[in-house]
Ligand binder design. Structure first.
Ligand code: SF4
Ligand code: SF4
Length: 80
């Protein structure tokens, strides 16, 4: 398994479970999880992070603005 190049941050508590991010991901990275969030929806989650190309399609499609993609090195620097 290759090292993930991108960090996918999904605001799971505000996700409406609409699946648009999943439908538009060309790499099949995302899935809805079984658990319900505070709104009663099954939120999206990144399950194959290592396959993400950082194309941003998921972030652009989310009507809630709930998906953000970071390049891992930038994200790690910001968090350290
Ligand atoms: S950035 Fe692109 S490849 Fe990565 S999860 Fe989003 S849609 Fe999929
Ligand atoms: S597009 Fe946004 S609201 Fe819809 S499932 Fe994905 S993260 Fe949730």
């Amino acid at each position: 398994m290759s090292e993930p190049k991108f960090l996918i941050v999904i605001d799971a508590e505000d996700c409406k479970g609409c699946s648009l991010c999943i439908d538009f991901c060309p790499r099949n990275v995302l899935e809805l999880v079984h658990e319900l969030n505070r709104l009663g929806y099954h939120p999206a989650c990144a399950v194959r992070v290592e396959d993400c190309t950082g194309c941003q399609a998921c972030a652009q499609m989310c009507p809630e603005g709930g998906v953000t993609i970071y390049r891992r090195k930038v994200a790690e620097k910001a968090l350290s």
